[in-house]
Ligand binder design. Structure first.
Ligand code: HEM
Length: 476
């Protein structure tokens, strides 16, 4: 694994200074913690994420201020409560068919490559699938992102622009993307003036980020409008549910610029400094497949295919049957241990705190170095090894697991609300893929280069060849 700047630095500092140290985001100091106990304290006692100064001004700034991900105070519980029903079992079960259809399109796309024995970037292909899943489940909009989808041709320009825009606003440079950022951070009292200057005389970086945000807003709004037309007159359960959800959001936070707060558009546009639903799931899946495809993990893969064959190669699991794949779930959870898709969590100290004997004043920016903690031998035995056994009750590896040391979805009131949605989507996808194929890593993929933004992903993709699985005697 090739590790870049931020996480290598966190690991180095944790080794040198122990589980609490100060790091910097551009010029802003952040008190980082790197032990399970301190992480728990930080995440359970503080409910606000850090808000870093940004250059947006006027309408753009208003949009930013009321996003769900940065919601504070009394609104927080109301808005989180409004989101919650979307993730209850009843709703999740309703999404099974949509997720399965998207996974099957992915399988068809893989098949296209497998037929010619061609290599493919499975990370990009899964990314296209997870965008489609968010679109269909949240809004009943089909983004037609996948290669095997006959309608993808028509929408390919949408998708190309959407993905490019995502990259533009998520790129590492986004943290210091403009010449206006350093003065904004160094001289916060001059913020209003600097923001005005940036607004009227934007430089290249700011123009790119703003254009990316606008592309996302425009594309998603257009797709939603199309879908609304299609739905006119239809009795659509999802659209009705969404209507209720919107009403709760509107009541809790107020509408702005025609985009529902807390909506998919909201999540996407605010991807600059937050985790996003489609990308994290895609990364978790791609990393897990990468690890399962490594020759040294052949035995772990064999256990997975055996578990799937016991269930059946052709059968589609029901919602309840998804619980019958403990090894599959362990493979996924261990994948997120090695490569946590959101490698750093942030909070703002809501009151003065004592952290490992240090007095931390209210308002201090706090961070949890999840990546470093997940890969630290002080907490995890042989952290460099891929051992799904760590997540199988009753094994010695599971007994050795640190309590509270596993945080791919964060913790506390702001823990990932989409946790069950993500696990369900990932399980369906892996089952459908491994029912048909195993995957062989391409030579150049020996070492995985990571792209670090607020999430981590495979910088150059995950290049594999799909190997069709030989027939089995299983009757199903
Ligand atoms: C494997 C996939 C995913 C991972 C690893 C992941 C991880 C995370 C993490 C680490 C956080 C921050 C938690 C904290 O600060 O304590 C978060 C927040 C959030 N995630 Fe996810 N996520 C995933 C998938 C999803 C999906 C599929 C959705 C929606 C469909 C989603 C929606 C959200 C939302 C709305 C928040 C903000 C919650 C709040 O502030 O109250 N996530 N996610």
């Amino acid at each position: 694994m090739k590790l870049g700047g931020i996480f290598k630095a966190h690991q180095k500092y944790a080794q040198k200074y122990g589980p609490i140290f100060v790091a910097r985001n551009v010029h802003t100091p952040i008190v980082m913690v790197e032990s399970p106990e301190l992480a728990r304290k930080v995440l359970l006692q503080n409910n606000y994420r850090c808000v870093f100064p940004n250059l947006l001004h006027g309408e753009d700034a208003k949009f930013e201020e009321s996003t769900y991900l940065d919601t504070r105070g009394d609104k927080l519980k109301t808005v989180r409560g409004a989101w919650q029903p979307f993730f209850f079992s009843g709703s999740l079960e309703g999404f099974m068919a949509l997720m399965k259809d998207s996974a099957d399109l992915l399988v068809d796309s893989v098949e296209m490559y497998a037929r010619n024995g061609a290599a493919m970037d499975i990370h990009a292909m899964i990314g296209a699938m997870t965008v489609q899943v968010v679109g269909t489940t949240a809004f009943g909009v089909n983004f037609h992102t996948q290669a095997a989808d006959k309608a993808s041709e028509k929408n390919s320009s949408y998708v190309k622009h959407l993905l490019q825009a995502m990259y533009d606003i998520m790129a590492p440079k986004a943290f210091s993307f403009s010449m206006y950022t350093p003065p904004l951070i160094l001289f916060p009292f001059a913020g209003p003036l600097i923001k005005r200057l940036a607004h009227y005389f934007p430089d290249e970086g700011l123009t790119r980020v703003k254009a990316g945000r606008q592309v996302i807003i425009d594309i998603v709004k257009e797709l939603l409008a199309q879908r609304r037309e299609e739905l006119a007159g239809e009795q659509n359960r999802i659209a009705k549910g969404l209507g209720k959800l919107r009403a709760s959001f509107a009541e809790a936070t107020g509408e702005r610029r025609g985009v529902a707060p807390g909506s998919f558009v909201d999540l996407l546009v605010n991807a600059t400094d937050k985790s996003t639903a489609y990308e994290t799931t895609a990364n978790a899946l791609a990393f897990t497949m990468y690890l399962l495809s490594k020759p040294e993990n052949a035995e772990k893969l064999a256990k997975l295919t055996a578990e799937i064959d016991t269930f059946g190669r052709e059968r589609v699991p029901t919602f309840e049957e998804l619980d019958k794949f403990p090894w599959l779930e362990a493979c996924l959870r261990e994948g997120m241990r090695v490569f946590p898709p959101v490698p750093t969590l942030t909070r703002e100290a809501e009151r003065d705190m004592d952290l490992a004997g240090y007095k931390v004043p209210r308002g201090t920016m706090l961070g949890v170095a999840v990546f470093s903690m997940h890969n630290n031998p002080a907490y995890w035995q042989e952290p460099e090894r891929y051992l799904p056994e760590r997540f199988i009750e009753g094994t010695p590896e599971c007994a050795a697991k640190p309590a509270h040391g596993y945080l791919p979805f964060g913790d506390g009131l702001r823990q990932c609300i989409g946790l069950r949605f993500a696990i369900m989507e990932a399980k369906i996808t892996l089952i459908r893929l491994y029912q048909r194929f195993t995957f062989e890593l391409q030579a150049e993929q020996d070492s995985l280069e990571l792209r670090e933004t607020i999430t981590i992903s495979a910088a150059k993709g995950v290049l594999v060849k799909a190997i069709p699985r030989p027939p089995t005697n299983n009757l199903f």
